[in-house]
Write a protein that binds this ligand. Sequence first.
Ligand code: HEC
Length: 119
Amino acid sequence: MRRLTTALSAAAVALMLSGPVAAASGDALIEEGRAIYHDKTRGNCISCHNINDPVANLPGNQGPMMVAMKQRFPDKRKLRAQIWDATVANPLSIMPPIGKHWILSEDEIDAVVEYIYQY
Ligand code: HEC
């Protein structure tokens, strides 16, 4: 019994230690961005932009498809800036200024950028 308890505590400690490391890793960030992108109560990106991800549900086509992001935005900071405030590039944009209007936090925008940058 004592051995089992010791093993369990060791496992719990290992989990606690691995938590923050996993959260900071690229995969976790991408998964967070994916959740935000497809969540109609958060970024709601999917209501305007289709993306070639099987989880895409009822995508809209008001905005361009999220495709060839690396080619079209070799500088990731420009992609982020576009999401932060689309009205800089197009003052008449119907895309909400996601960062400027605090629709998503800075960290959530980073996660969305990592997610779409794969497509
Ligand atoms: C109400 C519709 C709408 C929503 C919601 C929206 N966008 Fe947009 N987005 C657009 C339109 C329209 C454009 C085309 C450029 C313009 O008019 O500003 C655009 C442009 C973009 C671009 C530039 C693409 C290119 O090909 O140049 C990116 C990247 C982008 N949106 C990402 C996002 C992300 C990420 C979200 C969610 C956080 C989002 N958009 C939410 C409508 C929307």
